[in-house]
Write a protein that binds this ligand. Sequence first.
Ligand code: S3P
Length: 439
Amino acid sequence: MSSEINIQFKVQPGGSLHGNIRVPGDKSISHRSIMLGSLAEGVTHVSGFLEGDDALATLKAFRAMGVQIDGPDDGKVVIHGVGMHGLKAPVGVLDVGNSGTSIRLMAGLLAGQGFDVEMVGDASLSKRPMRRVTEPLALMGAKIDTGEGGTPPLYVHGDSPLKGINYTLPMASAQVKSCVLLAGMYAEGDTSVTEPAPTRDHTERMLQGFGYEVKRDGSTATLTGGGSLKAADIDVPSDISSAAFFMVAATIAADSDVTLEHVGVNPTRTGVIDILRLMGAQIDLINEGEVGGEPVADIRIRSSKLKGIHIPEDLVPLAIDEFPALFIAAACADGKTVLTGAEELRVKESDRIQVMADGLIRMGINAEPTTDGIVIEGGQMAGAEVVSHGDHRIAMSFAVAALRTQGEMIINDCANVTTSFPNFVSLASDAGLKIELMD
Ligand code: S3P
């Protein structure tokens, strides 16, 4: 959705949250289902697909490269795979909007094709660093031009033979890891990626689900080029990153008790639960099970009194998308919360450290950004008018904050909430948040 229209959230203070809530499908898994389903032999059926702009950008890109994809229809998508070498050159550029996952993972896949492609994005994506993917791909033999400063657009030159590499990631990034592994399927020999800390492993799990062997040895994942993918059915669990807004909401609001259903609880994603528990939140996992190689559970959250903590650095990559919401929890906690080792937050859809600090300060909270994190002193939040800078997770975090502010919250620039959570306003208001959408 265009961020030129000012979609505004107006949220009245107070309220409590109740009921069973099913948040939309996991964004990371939805992207990967389209990518691997398209390159597989046979027909892949996906259910629970996230019908948000980011995952739809990936879907449209593969359609533009000749893949027949039916749906989405109530979360159901049918992908008629074309095999590893069946993609066709698209007519014109591929516009992936706000989606970092689309551009970075597709850079790897497209480096192995026999045609040239240009990928572009919106204003936010056009400022984000891409050398983290173009550098390892260049070591593999790929030819990719970036905009000045290593940002999009990316022009991927096809027909460049790739060779496997052993790559140690300079930062904990699942997008970079996935990009290199996906390119590795088209490379001669083995490709290994070693990560400095565990990051989400949906690519490794889904590749295995599609019959492509990935060897995992500690922090290293290795695959051999030249294999093939076989169609597989995928049940996408609810996105723990979307569930996180309700975890924080139910924790900070008085007299609340909510159950979030069928949430993906892959251990590379559950840092938010660990951090909230360390702060004193009451969170229980029930009905634990597994769908398509991914752990799922219902998550019950009740109101709790929180205390400030120093967030353990090993939990940072496991909660990387949840910090805007966690900063609101920190503002409601007794004492100081200190985050370090989180410089990656500065290169997300916005500079999430600065943008959250700016908003919290307007709300009367003592928030001090540091180069790699933030220090937040819990206190009484005032209502305020804040800007999300087109960042979906910032917008939803400030909306949830209203449960504990003294006055109304007005949040500007919320159009991009549709990238990951298209029905946020209706689900949040059904659960008890006094939210209205204005445009
Ligand atoms: C994602 C990886 C993370 C995350 C993003 C989705 C993925 O990015 O922030 O929302 O699907 O692989 P980084 O790899 O840049 O940390």
